[in-house]
Write a protein that binds this ligand. Sequence first.
Ligand SMILES: O=P(O)(O)OC[C@H]1O[C@H](OP(=O)(O)OP(=O)(O)O)[C@H](O)[C@@H]1O
Ligand SMILES: O=C(O)c1cc(=O)[nH]c(=O)[nH]1
Ligand SMILES: [Mg+2]
Length: 192
Amino acid sequence: MNTDEVLGIFREAGAVLEGHFILTSGLRSPVFLQKARVFMHADKTERLCKALAEKIRAGVPGKIDYVVGPAIGGLIPAYETSRHLGVPAIWVEREGGEFRLRRFEIASGARVVIVEDIVTTGLSIRETIECLRELGAEVVAAACIIDRSAGKTHVGVPLIALAEYEVPAYPADRLPPELAAIPAVKPGSRNI
Ligand SMILES: O=P(O)(O)OC[C@H]1O[C@H](OP(=O)(O)OP(=O)(O)O)[C@H](O)[C@@H]1O
Ligand SMILES: O=C(O)c1cc(=O)[nH]c(=O)[nH]1
Ligand SMILES: [Mg+2]
């Protein structure tokens, strides 16, 4: 599946929003990919995640013990991708602001692949890696449906993106005037 097909699915679902958005990193952007509007459709999610699973299989040599999704956005794609990989899906969720594996146990040395929805700065993936490494897991790769940095983000493990789509993002004190003129909204779940 190529980038145009992935973006086509997002557009068809009404998931490419325009306005002024506060991203999880604190950066501001005129575009927000509201993945929940894609993941509400099982058929669209299945197509995307089946293709992502194939890309993971081709890119990750050896056994995968778990797929790990960072909540909330990573929950559905991690689950659906894991179904196509034939391995269990677990998740990290925020407790006091930090990602924790609250509901599961994981053996030291377990080989895991993180599956995210969207990557912008890679902050959320790096936080997930830190949590999993503290538990002794080996993060063999990370994957996402769309990499908004178009390959510029590095997370310290191979990052497998189904699509790369470069979207502008600005520090809050360096907004272009047309963006500053629009009230900002924060759609994600960090800090709530
Ligand atoms: O690469 P980054 O700069 O970390 O940005 C991408 C992250 O932002 C979103 O999560 P968010 O924290 O907004 O909450 P959500 O998962 O509930 O949507 C998205 O689900 C990714 O996890
Ligand atoms: O960087 C983010 O927080 C982010 C961007 C985006 O387009 N979609 C999303 O869910 N999060
Ligand atoms: Mg998220």
